[in-house]
Design a protein around this ligand. Structure first.
Ligand SMILES: Nc1ncnc2c1ncn2[C@@H]1O[C@H](COP(=O)(O)OP(=O)(O)OP(=O)(O)O)[C@@H](O)[C@H]1O
Ligand SMILES: [Mg+2]
Length: 466
């Protein structure tokens, strides 16, 4: 790798076969398209090190995460871990300078690796780089093609392997994923894809993957575990089926053993709420909806109070969730229901508030990989849209994703101000409910995993096998 020193990096780091394939590819554009926990970030950070040590010695490169916190909590520990492994294998410290302030690490051979979050992508224009490595581009708030097109011109320092390397789980056949697929079909040698599922990583216990699978929708399993790039549907809830999800149900029969969950979408001109009876087995039955043009905030508070009372009577609801956007209303909820030991939980974190994450959580309940639907709707709910506000059933059928510039569905829903209010209320109830196993038949539900805030919340257990 440099004069007078020969090292077998593959022997030192021991990437598994698919990781090696990606690391050794000489294509200018490389995509490690892999499932959750497949070892994407581990590979991408090693790829940066290979560039700095072997291919592009002395040249500057960039490691990009979705956010600064993604870098700090996930990518930099991997990069530092790799440098540490290298030092232990060679007995030599390869780091000349490590500066958090300058966000870069310089190696003894003159290579410089800078790191940045691409959430402020415009700041990355104008850099002179030999290579770029970007993590989870398909799960960023930025459009993946915008990231690619903005950064590509920065790769202009002459070197042996100029490259744009991406590691990400696919998020539908669109954007950068679609570009790589088209180039693959054309046989373009400048584009390389290594695809592998979560099961490929021998360092992650198979049971971790299996436990995720059980509570994921089929589409989510195929995408996030098997790493299949699915053709996106324009219907947000295309797994919704009248025959499966609209049911006859005796609410009174379960009044003693159920838990009541409410979702509220505060609004000034339009507001909505859903009432959900959660059965001990973990089945969520949406039994009623409140959709209204409130005369004032005070009027809507009274409506919500009457709505809760109608279903719970003297019993306290288990959980009420709402958007945190209107703190005064949430304070009212907490004052009204908190003393009765109802959990009042506005969605706080960025991950909880992410619409795209919330939609996936609703889809998981609608169509889990294993077993029956866990989210169903009472047959008596309205089927028609009255005026300019839809009830939950017509809203589920009419909710659509926004289209991108090529006319393909994105992963953000189109807010038509008709269907979104009641579905926001439903989403908030579902997302808040993810914290409570008692609302999921005692099983720990699938927490929101991949979010644009750059954190992955599921704990990973590493198997002691090779
Ligand atoms: N070749 C390897 N040798 C040892 N450990 C590995 C290897 N590849 C991956 N791992 C380990 O597997 C785990 C998952 O890796 P990593 O975090 O890179 O996966 P990921 O696909 O980025 O996950 P996520 O989808 O959560 O972002 C980590 O603990 C990592 O250290
Ligand atoms: Mg990762």
């Amino acid at each position: 790798m440099s004069e007078g020193l020969r090292l077998d990096l593959m022997e030192i780091f021991k990437p598994y076969q698919k990781q090696s394939q990606f690391l050794l590819s000489q294509a200018r554009n490389r995509f490690f398209c892999a499932g959750r926990f497949a070892g994407k970030s581990w590979t991408l950070t090693l790829d940066v090190l290979f560039s700095a040590l072997v291919y592009n010695q002395g040249a500057p490169g960039a490691l990009l995460g979705r956010t600064e916190s993604d870098l700090k909590n996930n990518l930099l520990p991997f990069l530092m871990g790799h440098l540490d492994t290298l030092q232990r294998a060679t007995g030599y410290n390869w780091v000349r300078r490590y500066s958090v302030g300058d966000q870069c690490v310089e190696l003894m051979n003159g290579s410089k690796i800078m790191w940045k979050g691409y959430d402020r992508i415009s700041k990355l224009r104008g850099y002179n780089l030999a290579y770029i490595a970007a993590d989870e581009v398909c799960w960023s708030e930025q459009n993946s093609m915008t990231i690619y097109e903005t950064l590509l011109p920065a790769i202009r320092v002459p070197c042996r392997r100029p490259s744009f390397a991406i590691a990400s789980s696919p998020n539908g056949l669109r954007g950068i994923t679609e570009l790589f697929r088209t180039k693959q079909l054309e046989g373009d040698p400048d584009f390389h894809v290594t695809r592998c599922s979560s099961y490929s990583n021998p360092y992650v216990d198979r049971s971790v993957v299996e436990s995720c699978k059980a509570s994921m929708s089929r589409a989510r399993y195929e995408q996030e575990i098997l790493a299949l790039a699915l053709k996106p549907s324009s219907a947000v809830f295309d797994q919704f089926q009248e025959s499966k999800h609209v049911v006859s149900h005796d609410v009174l029969r379960h009044s003693d053993d159920c838990k009541w969950v409410f979702g509220v979408d505060w609004g000034i001109s339009k507001a909505a709420a859903v009432a959900i009876q959660v059965l001990p087995c973990g089945r969520w039955v949406v039994v009623d909806e409140l959709i209204t043009h409130p005369v004032s905030r005070g009027h809507f508070r009274q409506d919500v109070k009457a709505f809760v009372k109608k279903w719970c009577g003297k019993k306290n609801p288990f959980l009420i969730s709402a958007d945190r956007a209107i703190p005064s209303e949430n304070m009212w909820l907490a004052a009204e229901y908190g003393p009765g030991r109802t959990i009042v939980k506005p969605l706080e974190t960025k991950k909880e508030q992410s619409v795209s994450n919330g939609i996936k959580a609703v889809q998981d309940l609608l169509a889990p990989m294993e077993g029956d639907a866990n989210l169903v709707f009472l047959r008596s709910l309205s089927r028609t849209i009255k005026g300019d506000l839809a009830g939950v059933l017509p809203a589920l059928q009419n909710y659509r994703f926004k289209l991108d510039r090529e006319g393909n569905p994105t992963d953000m829903p189109y807010k038509d101000n008709i269907t979104d209010h009641i579905l926001d209320a439903l989403r908030m109830a579902v997302v808040a409910g993810l914290h409570f196993p008692e609302l999921h038949g005692g099983k720990k539900p699938m927490r929101l995993a991949i979010g644009s805030d750059g954190h992955s919340s599921a704990p990973i257990r590493i198997a002691n096998i090779r």
